[in-house]
Design a binder for this molecule. Structure first.
Ligand code: FAD
Length: 304
């Protein structure tokens, strides 16, 4: 739907910040993509809810976490893009007696892992291997090394597109591999995770082991976006990409990582179109050569 040209002149008042034509590229892991028509940085959950309630329903709203699993397209993101930059959204509080950790949706997964470990709560160490936020983990059911968000989540809450606050248990979310079923437009704002008593040094050691392992198996120092494709049923995406001969191949400014064939890399001059074009070329080739349909794990947001 095309919005009237004046929609940005009548935005609801906010206590946080509104920015127009705000560049997003440098904020994304891939370092590509156009601007947000409007970027909203709410100060707290009430600010977010009041804004969404008053924002005309036809204005699309997009939420970004750490942008570690997205390609923002070159034409930018239409409507309002939300980033949870307010202080409260990044807070983490451990309740060792209950084995629980409460985290704001903008808290980094790695900080969640470390805070839990230091408080003597184990089971959340795997979050150290995921460079996103708690909000992104809830949406993607993020996981690695035998750990998965769905298995440690106790309860999560957020604000829907009408500004109403909603609370969910794992059963409500019908989690599956890299997927959760949540109401369209829901923005996570916080969650409680359940772990178990574990000596801090043991949990911290496991975090170090995860960090070391990732350094050698994933191109974490590159401009990348995590796993490009979901693993196909009974198979592995990187193996399909490898077998079809795409490891290390270059496509404009984009490349398939020589280290991990399911990671794409911006070599420095890639556009979002290069990265998405490379992904689509791989999908078509893998389908033709191996008869396997690869599904994108990376979310592509905005206008080409
Ligand atoms: C080097 C590297 C390694 C990675 N390794 C792993 C791994 O081992 N396992 C794994 O699972 N993932 C991995 N990832 C992918 C990524 O880190 C995860 O998917 C992560 O959960 C995404 O979180 P994010 O905050 O970056 O979300 P974003 O990339 O910003 O967004 C992802 C999706 O979540 C939505 N979203 C974000 N925040 C919210 C919110 N508050 N409310 C509602 N929706 C929201 C966005 O709209 C988008 O649809 C890796 C990525 C990189 C770059």
């Amino acid at each position: 739907m095309t919005l009237p040209g004046t929609w940005r002149e009548a935005l609801p008042p906010v206590r946080g910040r509104l920015e127009f034509d705000a560049p997003l590229r440098d904020f994304t892991w891939f370092r590509v993509g156009g601007p947000a028509e409007v970027l909203f940085l709410p100060r707290d959950e009430d600010d977010l809810a009041d804004f969404l309630r008053a924002l005309p329903a036809e204005v699309p709203v997009t939420i970004l976490g750490a942008a570690s699993n997205v390609i923002v397209r070159d034409g930018g993101i239409e409507g309002v893009t939300v980033r949870l930059a307010g202080r409260g959204f990044g807070e983490i509080a451990a309740e060792p007696a209950a084995g629980q950790v409460i985290a704001g949706a903008a808290a980094l997964d790695a900080q969640l892992a470390r805070a839990s470990a230091k408080a003597g709560i184990g089971g959340l160490e795997f979050f150290a291997g995921i460079p996103g936020t708690v909000g992104g983990a809830l949406v993607m059911n993020a996981g690695c090394y035998d750990g998965e968000t769905s298995r440690v989540l106790s309860v999560a809450w957020g604000v829907d597109r009408t500004g109403a606050r909603q609370v969910f248990t794992p059963a409500d979310l019908d989690f599956s591999y890299r997927h959760a079923r949540l109401p369209p437009g829901l923005i996570w704002t916080g969650a409680v995770f359940q772990g178990q008593p574990t000596p801090p040094e043991m949990a911290l050691e496991q975090i170090e082991a995860i960090t070391r392992r990732r350094e050698t198996t994933q191109p974490i120092r590159e401009k990348t976006g995590g796993s490009t494709f979901k693993n196909p049923p009974g198979g592995s995406a990187w193996r399909c990409v490898d077998q079809a001969g795409w490891r290390g191949r270059i496509w404009g400014g984009a490349q398939v990582s020589p280290l991990h064939a399911n990671f794409l890399i911006n070599g420095g001059a890639a556009s979002a179109a290069d990265l998405e074009g490379l992904g689509e070329a791989i999908r078509a080739d893998v389908a033709a050569k191996l008869g396997v349909t690869l599904e994108w794990e990376i979310r592509r947001l905005g206008r080409p």
